[in-house]
Unconditional design. Structure first.
Length: 153
């Protein structure tokens, strides 16, 4: 549904409208000017011919982020995720699976011989590390739904 919305409405750059999160609610208002008035309000639209691609492994996600920037994803959340504060999120031993959650993967790395993603969440800057967290690439079913799309500039 998000890709359909972008196809119809387009999206501006994060320089124009920086990430602030809806703090769990939506105003339903879409601005028509950039937060920084020196930026041009220009909408990007997904390329209809290659609108969406599914990425299935760490290497392809890493390449996409390096080449084209952030990608969207879905992950399994657990009931202890709401208590997370900083660093790497890993479900606790007795954590129970809850809903699937949409996120944006903005970066990647390798630590202790394990691959991980840097993720932008939508729960506000009071959650996690100012709204961000790291997630091991083999955790929370993160590789099951990662999507990228080309935009017309």
């Amino acid at each position: 549904m998000a890709w359909e919305f972008l196809q119809r409405e387009g999206s501006v750059s994060e320089l124009c409208l920086p990430f602030t999160s809806g703090e769990g609610s939506s105003s339903g208002y879409c601005p028509r000017t950039c937060s920084d008035r020196s930026q041009a309000f220009y909408k990007y639209y997904p390329n209809r011919e290659r609108a969406v691609r599914r990425l299935v492994d760490f290497a392809s996600i890493k390449k996409e982020i390096f080449t084209n920037g952030p990608v969207t994803g879905g992950m399994q959340t657990y009931d202890d995720m709401y208590l997370f504060q900083t660093g790497f999120y890993e479900p606790g031993r007795y954590a129970r699976a809850s809903d699937r959650h949409s996120i944006i993967i903005i970066g990647y790395g390798t630590e202790y011989g394990r691959n991980y993603f840097i993720i932008q969440n939508s729960w506000g800057t009071e959650w996690g590390d100012q709204g961000y967290f790291k997630l091991w690439a083999d955790t929370c079913d993160i590789l099951s739904l990662v999507l990228a799309g080309d935009v017309n500039k």
